[in-house]
Write a protein that binds this ligand. Structure first.
Ligand code: ATP
Length: 243
């Protein structure tokens, strides 16, 4: 049992959860390494939502609500850390939820579907096809899901898939603590924040956008500015780390 007053409580709870999900076959062992990379960057932004990420989350809400067909693509790490948050965002945005895995087995897909469903998400099912131009199994998508979407939210993605979705003409929103990653730089919109903070921020924004705000946010979207602001925040914190 992790004591609630431990200074690293949230991070330790996340570790415990992701380790348990790895033992249960929901998270691939490689997912643990990806989580560690995320943690390191979270340390550098002070484990809090920075101002530019709050703006990015609001813009993400605007994009999801303005989409013809929005889909949230969920992998093992996202399901392990944020199944309830995915369900809440689905309710607020009306987006479809589809599971897509790098280390894909039918058994893992099944386990992740079950976890998401238990937390209240409605997960798309059907027969996947090799729709996304990638040589591995992440190409497999549902024609009526990601195949048809104009806006896709891909938390904790990798660069190849993000680029392939962009090449298909889709707007891609990602949540990635690393502002230097290929995903962050390729996405239409990057929220540099931890997934369990970013998803509730998007959900809250879905319910609080003012009339006309969505159009304004989308028109002024500048992903390079958002990434630069995150890097500046890290640089600033490093410069004053020992004061
Ligand atoms: P790329 O291919 O885009 O350069 P990568 O090879 O680092 O990135 P992955 O190994 O798939 O891609 O890692 C996924 C990304 O998710 C990492 O950049 C990591 O910083 C980020 N990440 C991991 N855990 C979290 C989390 N809990 N919240 C937000 N981002 C996270």
């Amino acid at each position: 049992m992790i004591p609630k007053d431990h200074p690293r409580y949230r991070s330790l709870v996340a570790r415990e959860r992701i380790a348990r999900c790895a033992r249960e076959g929901i998270v691939a062992p490689e997912g643990l390494a990806a989580h560690g990379r995320g943690e390191a960057f979270d340390y550098l932004i002070g484990e809090k939502t920075i101002e530019s990420a709050a703006l990015a989350a609001r813009t993400a809400a605007a994009m999801l609500l303005s989409a013809r067909h929005a889909v949230i693509s969920v992998n093992g790490n996202t399901a392990a850390l944020a199944a309830a948050e995915i369900a809440a965002l689905q309710r607020a945005s009306g987006a479809d939820v589809e599971v897509n895995l790098f280390h894909r087995t039918e058994e893992r897909i099944e386990r992740i579907n079950r976890l998401l469903t238990e937390h209240g998400a409605r997960v798309l099912t059907g027969t996947p096809e090799r729709i996304v131009p990638l040589s591995h199994d992440r190409a497999l998508s549902l024609p009526e899901g990601i195949g048809d979407a104009d806006v896709v939210l891909v938390p904790l993605e990798d660069g190849d898939r993000c680029a392939a979705l962009r090449e298909m003409g889709k707007a891609v929103i990602t949540i990635d603590l690393n502002p230097l990653s290929r995903t962050s730089r390729t996405a239409t919109l990057t929220i540099v924040d931890e997934v369990t903070r970013a998803l509730p921020a998007i959900t809250a924004a879905c319910a609080s956008l003012e009339p006309g705000e969505a159009e304004r946010l989308i028109a002024s979207l500048d992903n390079t500015y958002l990434l630069r602001a995150a890097i500046d925040e890290m640089r600033e914190r490093l410069a004053h780390a020992l004061e």
